[in-house]
Design a binder for this molecule. Structure first.
Ligand code: ZN
Length: 197
């Protein structure tokens, strides 16, 4: 239907989250029709540069340009508390509230037997390795979905025997929803109302 290079471009965009065939076509034709060669190559270079420069923080596993990341390296953060989230975007969502001053741990996903995602596939062992350095509380802030909740329960069972307090954010966050879409007040309330697990 399309020339091969166009089809290849459409297929690239189709792989992105939330982009179906129609949107992928629209983006591809926008680039070919309306962007100059310089603009298109600047965009390609930006993607490539970001991918090369951004790594996982060796401590919290969040995306970062420097290791350890700003948060792990900051003197101002409370180093006795770790807030566990599924994705880097959740860190940004909680940071925007300005109400949480502890550390984070990014799992990069949630347990999902249906999709074959088991404990070794997400950053759980990296979390456990952090727990001998004066950590007093771990806040489970995974999404309130079936997978997010199962992940929180699984991790809390591993941590509790270590004598560390494990809490779960309260259900100010809509059940079945994603943390990143919650408004700030809802997120603040959810963190304030966290409960022992
Ligand atoms: Zn970090």
């Amino acid at each position: 239907m399309h020339a091969v290079p166009i089809e290849k471009l459409i297929e690239q965009f189709e792989q992105l989250p939330g982009i179906g065939r129609k949107s992928a076509e629209r983006i591809a034709f926008h680039i070919l029709d309306f962007m100059s060669a310089e603009q298109a190559s600047a965009m390609a270079q930006t993607i490539s540069e970001a991918k090369t420069k951004i790594k996982f923080c060796s401590v919290c596993q969040n995306l970062t340009e420097k290791d350890p990341c700003e948060i792990c390296g900051s003197e101002k953060r409370d180093k006795t508390t770790i807030c566990v989230v599924e994705n880097p975007k959740d860190v940004s969502a909680i940071e925007k509230t300005n109400e949480y001053h502890g550390l984070y741990h990014v799992l990069h996903g949630a347990l999902s037997p249906m999709d074959g995602i088991s404990p070794e596939d997400i950053k759980i062992s990296e979390l456990l390795m952090r727990l001998n350095n004066g950590i007093k509380e771990v806040i489970m802030a995974t999404n309130p979905t079936v997978n997010g909740t199962a992940t929180a329960v699984y991790i809390s069972k591993l941590i509790q025997p270590m004598g560390i307090r494990v809490t779960r954010i309260a259900h100010g966050v809509p059940v079945g929803g994603d943390l990143e879409y919650a408004d700030e007040i809802t997120l603040i309330k959810a963190i304030e109302g966290r409960q022992n697990m």
